[in-house]
Write a protein that binds this ligand. Structure first.
Ligand SMILES: [Zn+2]
Ligand SMILES: [Zn+2]
Length: 176
């Protein structure tokens, strides 16, 4: 049936553990085939969606903005707040970084990977990848996360763990 809907019916997308607002918005848009502009209009947020998807949280989203977004994506405002970096923690916008060890367990990019202060994955004590270790292609937002493999050579992200190097905590401590 091709009935004309006044309100578009949107798929609800469940937030994943440790997911950043940037990646959540990307998934929500893809599930609903929305452009950043369209979603921005629906939530009355203008160009904010596109900025947030690029990890641009300066100035940080206001509670009012998050409440407006919460209505459209049907996720609690409090849950959206959890997807933001903690106050005072800078975000590295480009390139997206990856711990393949974490990704193999749960195929969701973690917000911590984009913290400016992140030296590596604390869980695996491995460095973070920002490009495909097999072919050298830089990761891109958000396409790389949508497919789960390198856009150029199709190496699965989860398989990239063998190229990650252990972080030498003693060296790092010596440098600070
Ligand atoms: Zn990890
Ligand atoms: Zn590659």
């Amino acid at each position: 049936m091709e009935a004309i809907e006044i309100q578009p019916w949107l798929f609800r997308v469940e937030p994943l553990e440790g997911e950043s607002l940037s990646l959540f918005l990307g998934r929500f848009r893809r599930a609903n085939e929305l452009t950043p502009t369209r979603l921005g209009k629906m939530a009355g947020l203008g160009g904010a969606i596109a900025r947030w998807e690029k990890f641009r949280f300066n100035p940080p989203p206001s509670l009012q903005q998050l409440e407006a977004l919460a209505v459209v994506v049907r996720v609690e405002g409090d849950r959206l707040v959890q997807m933001l970096p903690p106050a005072g923690v800078g975000m590295k916008m480009e390139p997206p970084r990856l711990c393949a060890g974490c990704y193999a367990k749960s195929p969701c990019p973690k917000i911590e990977w984009q913290f400016k202060t992140a030296e590596g994955c604390d869980r695996h004590e491995l460095n973070l990848l920002s490009e495909c270790p097999s072919c050298g292609a830089r990761f891109k937002i958000p396409s790389v996360w949508a497919d789960g493999w390198c856009q150029r050579c199709f190496t699965p992200l989860a398989k990239m763990v063998k190229w990650q190097k252990p972080i030498n905590f003693i060296d790092n401590l010596g440098l600070r």
